[in-house]
Design a protein around this ligand. Structure first.
Ligand SMILES: Nc1nc2c(c(=O)[nH]1)N[C@H]1C(S)=C(S)[C@@H](COP(=O)(O)OP(=O)(O)OC[C@H]3O[C@@H](n4cnc5c(=O)[nH]c(N)nc54)[C@H](O)[C@@H]3O)O[C@H]1N2
Ligand SMILES: Nc1nc2c(c(=O)[nH]1)N[C@H]1C(S)=C(S)[C@@H](COP(=O)(O)OP(=O)(O)OC[C@H]3O[C@@H](n4cnc5c(=O)[nH]c(N)nc54)[C@H](O)[C@@H]3O)O[C@H]1N2
Ligand SMILES: [Mo]
Length: 763
């Protein structure tokens, strides 16, 4: 049904071509070719792309999108005082996200001058003094929000949380709140640890791999090597994706000369299911139902008795869920679900992977509990080739949490630091992203400090988020590149330019390493080698240490001594966080070391001491109540929109305007739509449309000028890119128990351009 020409396979020669294009465009070709040879090598730097792991088998792991991330960071173009002198903030606000970042690397600290609406140079000392003055002038430490994006190293994020907590708050909103939060919540409840239980080698041993709501061909390309290898060994891969993503169908390894140079490719998915948005939980419930009712011999009674609780309630709930509801909500046929259930039941080692297609819904926590239910039912945990694998996004987002970037730290975490440093730290839970934006919007919080990221563009409900950031007394952005978050100036704003992963980080004791933790809980070192573009860029660790020193002084913690030698920070981590004994020694090993995972050892750190089944009902509907009213009033179908990534972007960083694997060229304001829905709405390929979000909070949320792309997507569902669709995600539409914006289920009305406002008035 698609009118768009999708490629017949992912990977292969076109990947190689695309990489070279990025390297050439970076204006630093030689440096970038050198950089690419050092990615994820022992003694090299950790790829700033995704959090997928590496093994020590040596070979250079080719990844097109990792290469884009490296080349984008290591550009020859710069943004300094001259640039800001010739562009006011208002002028910059009219530019696209792509244009802003494309201007190059930030090279000197800048302070916003409201009188001229320009950023002007400021010395580092004055910048830190301003931060200290604002922070110490607040009437409560809880008026600051310390945001973190998942690229920051363990060393920088450890110091950052220590600074925030010694200052007196647990307000640590982070990108994870918008990302895998539901995974952390659900896994902690069910198996007592909020991380995945598998390691990379398990992919070699799995008999079946289930991939839910994830597009690894674009977002975790190194995972494709593991999937390809598994498929070639006869492992059965079952994909659940709202769209047919070509890499999950056929993938050509750029490392295989045959697949690189000929049309040959490896078939990845043994079965490919396209559920409705938010329909995965129903599909999994159907699998459980089939196994319990028709394949009782596949139920691992021994595992259930020895390791779990609440199985009887779960079994009852599953039997009580009828097939009609399962089929209706999942959008799959009973036969499709049964086929997947048979694969699950027939394999003695199953891995389940998932990402944003699972975590960004209202009922994401329940959906992930259902993934765990299936694994407990078959005893698929804690043995080779089996387990749970939430595939993380940012390259060190998992490490940030381990280091304490967490608005709800455990008492044990706090107590250990308190004991070691002889200090007292706050216990009350702090703000996540949702609560931070609310607090800033209402004026309860006054200062925002962002260690990386681009909160303005990444957060939901763009108008609300801009207003929240604009209301700050001070907005501090520690960044490598210019972005939207620098333009939401409050009364005062600072841009603090930092070094990237690829660059040399030299302190007075010499060149420094940092460490990161990947999706498999492997902790390893990373060292940059490229000469920094500007002597005025500081490392993130240095910036955090100097903010802390200026604000708190160095009586309790000698911030500057820690900054001088990151090995000292690692000693402090070793003494205050479990699992890091011999930290400095163990990162000398190639590939680093593995942090123990209790659930993988069948130890359950839950309140009951057992793994927990959860017997929740399927949601009554994946569409909120208010959408029914909108349908009646407007006589228009409400469509459910998911916001996703193109092949040419890294979150809010837009590298280019193509989405090669989905056949899109030269544009991003595209809405993928089923042909039947398009007909119903009188639309065709290329029609211009506006979209209006349905929400009963009285606010208007519209995006305009999108072009229809007829696509193979379930009826009633549409898809468009993030961040262009963020204005549509209502601030209060967050996941139950996770507070994650529901970026994969946004009810909207779609109309020919310019009619959306009128329609919305009717609702
Ligand atoms: N190159 C590149 N790499 C990246 C990123 C990037 O932007 N660019 N971002 C990084 C980050 S922070 C993250 S979190 C990850 C994100 O990695 P992904 O989770 O793969 O990212 P999305 O593009 O949001 O893709 C969601 C996928 O889920 C599908 N989907 C959406 N809703 C549903 C649903 O209800 N059910 C099912 N079964 N499928 C659904 C979509 O069709 C899409 O294929 O990637 C990381 N790696
Ligand atoms: N609608 C919708 N919204 C979403 C999502 C979605 O799928 N749909 N996905 C959500 C997800 S999964 C995530 S993780 C968030 C992402 O949210 P963020 O992590 O906040 O956003 P990024 O786009 O990754 O941040 C890009 C910026 O980081 C800075 N940067 C890059 N490298 C470095 C570095 O090494 N150090 C420092 N200090 N700064 C650096 C650059 O200035 C760049 O402009 O967005 C979320 N928002
Ligand atoms: Mo993410």
């Amino acid at each position: 049904m698609s009118h768009i020409e999708k490629p017949a396979k992912a990977g292969g020669f076109s990947s190689l071509q695309s990489t070279m294009k990025q390297v050439l465009r970076s204006q630093k070709t030689k440096q970038n070719i050198k950089n690419l040879l050092r990615v994820n090598q022992t003694d090299g730097f950790d790829c700033p792309g995704c959090a997928w792991g590496d093994n020590d088998h040596g070979a250079f792991q080719f990844c097109e999108n990792g290469a884009k991330a490296v080349a984008w960071e290591s550009t020859g173009k710069t943004v300094g005082a001259d640039f800001f002198a010739s562009h006011s903030v208002r002028q910059l606000a009219n530019q696209s996200d792509y244009w802003l970042e494309y201007q190059g690397r930030l090279t000197e600290p800048m302070r916003y001058n409201p009188a001229t609406d320009h950023y002007e140079p400021v010395s580092w000392d004055d910048a830190f003094a301003l931060i200290a003055e604002k922070l110490t002038g607040l009437d409560s430490p809880d008026r600051v929000e310390f945001y973190t994006s998942g690229r920051a190293s363990n060393e920088a994020s450890y110091l950052y949380q220590l600074f925030g907590r010694l200052f007196g708050t647990n307000n640590f909103p982070d990108c994870s709140n918008m990302c895998h939060e539901a995974s952390g919540v659900a896994l902690t409840q069910a198996v007592g640890i909020g991380k995945g239980t598998v390691v990379l080698d398990d992919f070699d041993r799995a008999g079946a791999i289930f991939v839910y709501g994830q597009n690894p061909g674009t977002n975790h390309p190194r995972m494709m090597n593991a999937l390809r290898q598994a498929a070639r060994q006869g492992c059965k891969i079952v994909s659940f994706n709202n769209l047919k993503e070509v890499a999950l169908e056929r993938f050509a390894s750029p490392q295989s000369p045959l697949e690189l140079l000929t049309p040959a490719a490896t078939t990845i998915s043994h079965q490919y299911l396209t559920p409705r948005l938010g329909g995965d939980m129903a599909a999994m419930r159907g699998m459980a139902k089939y196994i319990l009712e028709e394949l009782p011999e596949a139920v691992d009674r021994d595992f259930i008795t020895r390791h779990t609780r609440h199985f009887d309630e779960y079994e009852q709930q599953v039997r009580a869920t009828d097939w009609a509801e399962i089929v209706q909500q999942s959008g799959l046929t009973q036969a499709e679900i049964v086929q997947a259930a048979r694969v699950f039941a027939a394999s003695s080692s199953v891995i389940s992977c998932w990402a944003m297609g699972i975590t960004q819904h209202l009922h994401s926590v329940d959906t992930i509990r259902e993934i765990v239910n299936l694994h407990l039912l078959r005893g698929q945990l804690g043995k080779p080739g089996a387990g749970l694998c939430p595939v993380r996004g940012h390259s060190n987002v998992q490490g940030n949490r381990t280091m304490g970037i967490n608005e709800k730290p455990t008492a044990a975490f706090i107590e250990r630091i308190e004991r070691h440093l002889q200090v007292s730290l706050p216990r009350a839970p702090g703000h996540n992203v949702y609560e931070a934006l609310k607090a800033l919007h209402e004026g309860r919080s006054k200062v925002l400090i962002c260690l990386g990221g681009n909160l303005a563009a990444a957060a939901p409900d763009t108008a609300f988020t801009y207003a929240a950031m604009g209301a700050t007394e001070l907005n501090v952005q520690i960044s490598t590149k210019l972005n939207r978050s620098h333009l939401q100036v409050g009364k005062e704003a600072l841009i603090l330019p930092c070094l990237g992963r690829t660059e040399l980080d030299i302190q007075c004791t010499g060149n420094q390493k940092i460490t990161v933790e990947d999706t498999f809980s492997m902790v390893h070192a990373s060292t940059g080698a490229a000469e920094p573009l500007s002597a005025l860029c500081l490392s993130e660790t240095d910036i955090v240490a100097r903010m802390a020193h200026a604000t708190l002084g160095s009586e309790r913690v000698d911030w500057l001594a820690l900054r001088d030698d990151y090995g000292r920070i690692r000693c402090l981590i070793e003494q205050t966080i479990a699992g890091f004994s011999d930290f400095n020694a163990r990162i000398q090993q190639p590939c680093g070391f593995h942090l123990d995972n209790s659930a993988a050892q069948l130890l359950w750190k839950t309140s009951s001491g057992s793994a927990e089944f959860r017997a929740s009902r399927l949601p009554r509907s994946v569409l909120p109540e208010c959408t029914r009213h909108a349908e009646q009033m407007t006589d228009q179908p409400v469509l459910l929109l998911q916001s996703l990534r193109s092949h040419d972007q890294y979150n809010t960083t837009i590298y280019g305007m193509d989405d090669r694997y989905r056949g899109i060229k030269g544009q991003r304001k595209v809405v993928f739509m089923n042909q039947t829905d398009a007909h119903r709405l009188g639309l065709e390929e290329g029609s211009r449309v506006d979209m209006a979000a349905i929400c009963n909070d009285g606010r208007e949320r519209i995006v305009t000028g999108f072009s229809v792309a007829l696509y193979d997507i379930p009826q009633g569902n549409i898809a468009a890119y993030y961040p262009e669709t963020n204005p549509l995600v209502p601030i209060d539409s967050v996941g139950e128990g996770s507070f994650t914006p529901t970026s994969k289920s946004i009810p909207v009305l779609v109309t020919p351009s310019q009619q959306a406002e009128n329609l919305l008035r009717l609702t």
